[in-house]
Ligand binder design. Structure first.
Ligand SMILES: [Zn+2]
Length: 137
């Protein structure tokens, strides 16, 4: 969820920041490097692995946003920043867009979007959990 912290900037200047640099591969790499350095400074086990997992978690947010309907210009996310300019979006979105107001219509729409995302992602989560279980004797 960390990439969406940019939504808080709306309270500062009233503009939409959701499609900013936090939604890019560059930000995922920075997050992974920051976690690796923090893990190393704190003496935690396997700092490179923690950094890699953190970058992957950040990247999973990018994938989900990339696969979603986007109705707030600029359409898409700056996925390849700083390596390439432009906004990228999947031509056949899988997930619904998320409203950013608190009126009843938007809340109902967001509840449907949440249910749809859960229906699609929950089986993957359960399969991952099942595959991770230690073998029974
Ligand atoms: Zn996002």
């Amino acid at each position: 969820m960390a990439p969406d912290l940019d939504l808080l900037l709306r309270f500062v200047d009233g503009r939409n920041h959701h499609q900013g640099a936090s939604h890019s591969v560059g930000a995922a790499l920075i997050a992974g490097a920051a976690v690796m350095l923090l893990a190393r400074a704190m003496g935690w086990a396997r700092p490179p692995a923690l950094g890699l997992v953190s970058a992957g978690a950040w990247g999973s947010h990018l994938l989900l946003d990339y696969l979603s309907v986007d109705t707030h210009p600029p359409i898409g996310i700056p996925l390849l920043w700083p390596f390439a300019r432009g906004y990228f979006h999947f031509p056949w979105p899988i997930f619904l867009d998320i409203g950013r107001t608190l009126d009843w219509h938007t809340v109902r729409h967001d509840a449907v979007a949440l249910a749809w995302e859960t229906a699609l992602v929950l089986p993957i989560l359960l399969a991952s959990w099942w595959l991770r279980r230690p073998p029974e004797d």
